[in-house]
Design a binder for this molecule. Structure first.
Ligand code: NAI
Length: 463
């Protein structure tokens, strides 16, 4: 089957960039990205591609090239489903906040709604692709909903998890380590897999396209995120031991990273990982393991989260302790609010939790982030429901200028590793601060010697 029309439900951090790259690389395929969120679709269609809702280096150029040619953003979900041969489901799958599995299981209500909508609308055979990260065996549930209409329309369900990392999404999509496609072993299943392989083959070489059964594919994505997060928690655990023993975690990371069995990537100690995926996917894995009675497996992976929470908490505790056991009415400046550099995504960012702890101690938090708005910062804090929005509003001060944000501050905390922070005029910042001037580098990006020579009291993670 030659694919000429694709639709993607969900115009978020995955759906938007992924479909933009497919459209750019496959000019013969019409790609329509749909979402219920009108504001988001409006922003994707903004004439000025600087205003698209997701910041990713290089994405604006790709959208500018393909949009209106073979890339479309729309709220007309039914129409797009009806016309497409392949439908990607790329909606959010957050941790459940209610009922059975609250705080652990993935909330599949958005996925189920998509499946029901596809079942209702589809009049011709469709390939439905799980792009969202889903618990293993979700395809079974989707299939049962799709097949329930009895109208003779045939559906093939594929699992095609997305491995892009925010901040490098465009590069990851253009040059992926691998594309994973899981499908049925039946003849129809294999045909569906081939149709999707043909799409990716427009720019990805065949040895990087991996085909598995659906369950392996679904579980591989959870496994990949669990392993990645585990590396961060492992090095963070060592960072605390380094601080007690006089070892330096950067030196330890370098030494172990040169072992080719370990590898050098993802060994950077920090205030803790954030992002929408790691925590939710591990919790989901823990929940699945428990649901099969595999308590040791569940406990093993849960430690990754426990360690991460500890790392965030100990960062805020250390700030309070170092500032003579009180931060009440003191100005603490946060450089960075996004969960990592080169993204405007703040979901589960360590900054949110550290700010929350410090506001509990009556600190005033000044924030400068090059890509995150005040509105977003406040809504992140409100989401924790620790205090009223009004109280949060009174404790958070946001700045469009980093130097102003640091003026008269008692301390600076680096929460995101934005490159620009490294190149600031730190002498100028020092001159404007209260003394002693403290810097808590939660990302280990600043130059210790330079800062100490200026006069800062500088503390990094793990040294
Ligand atoms: P997102 O929250 O940015 O986007 C999801 C979008 O789906 C939202 O705009 C929402 O309005 C829309 N939506 C929800 N239900 C809908 C419906 N019934 N019809 C139409 N639109 C609907 O989420 P994000 O970050 O793009 O994640 C999507 C999935 O991809 C998740 O399962 C996530 O785990 C996975 N993933 C995320 C990665 C990331 O870096 N953010 C990386 C790899 C996978």
């Amino acid at each position: 089957m030659e694919i000429t029309k694709i639709c993607c439900i969900g115009a978020g951090y995955v759906g938007g960039p992924t479909m933009a790259v497919i459209a750019q690389k496959c000019p013969h395929i019409q790609v329509t990205v749909v979402d219920l969120n009108e504001e988001r679709i409006l922003a994707w269609n903004d004439k000025n591609t600087n205003n698209i809702p997701i910041y990713e280096p290089g994405l604006d150029t790709i959208v500018a090239e393909a949009r209106g040619r073979n890339l479309f953003f729309s709220t007309e979900v039914d129409k797009a489903i009806d016309e497409a041969q392949i439908i990607f489901i790329s909606v959010n799958t957050p941790t459940k906040t209610y009922g059975k599995g609250k705080g652990m299981a993935a909330d599949l209500k958005y996925i189920e709604l998509c499946a029901r909508q596809i079942a209702r609308v589809a009049k011709s055979d469709k390939i439905v692709v799980e792009k969202s990260t889903l618990p293993v065996r979700t395809a079974e549930a989707i299939k049962s909903i799709l097949d329930s209409t009895g109208n003779g329309v045939q559906f093939q369900i594929l699992s095609n998890p997305e491995f892009l990392a925010e901040g490098t999404a465009v590069q990851d999509l253009l040059n992926p380590d691998r594309i994973l496609i899981g499908g049925d072993t039946t003849e129809e299943g294999q045909k569906a897999i081939q149709a999707l392989v043909d799409v990716y083959s427009n720019w990805v070489s065949s040895e990087k396209i991996l085909m598995t059964n659906v369950w392996s594919s679904e579980l591989s994505k959870l496994t990949a995120n669990a392993f990645l997060a585990q590396r961060i928690s492992s090095i963070n655990a060592m960072s605390e031991l380094c601080e007690k023993t006089g070892a330096d975690v950067n030196e330890v990371a370098k030494a172990i990273g040169m072992d080719s069995r370990i590898g050098a990537k993802f060994l950077k100690a920090s205030v803790g990982f954030g992002g929408s995926c790691f925590q939710k996917d591990i919790l989901n894995l823990v929940y699945i393991a428990k649901s099969y009675g595999l308590n040791e497996v569940a406990d093993y992976w849960e430690q990754v989260i426990i360690m991460n929470d500890h790392q965030k908490r100990r960062f805020s505790n250390n700030i309070v302790q170092t500032l003579y056991n009180t931060v009440a009415d003191k100005k603490i400046t946060f450089l960075g609010w996004a969960f990592k550099k080169d993204t405007n995504d703040t979901r589960e960012s360590a900054a949110i939790y550290v700010a929350n702890d410090l506001i509990n101690e009556h600190a005033n938090i000044a924030v400068y982030d090059p890509k995150v708005s005040r509105k977003k910062i406040l809504s992140d804090l409100d989401y924790l429901e620790t205090r009223t929005s009004e109280e949060n509003g009174k404790s958070i001060f946001t700045f469009g200028d980093p130097y102003l944000s640091c003026e008269k501050a008692h301390a600076i905390a680096v929460l995101t590793e934005w490159d620009e922070f490294v190149h600031y005029d730190w002498q100028k910042i020092y001159d404007g601060m209260q003394k002693p001037a403290f810097v808590f580098d939660g990302r280990n990006i600043l130059n210790k010697t330079e800062l100490e020579d200026i006069g800062f009291v500088y503390q990094a993670i793990g040294s």
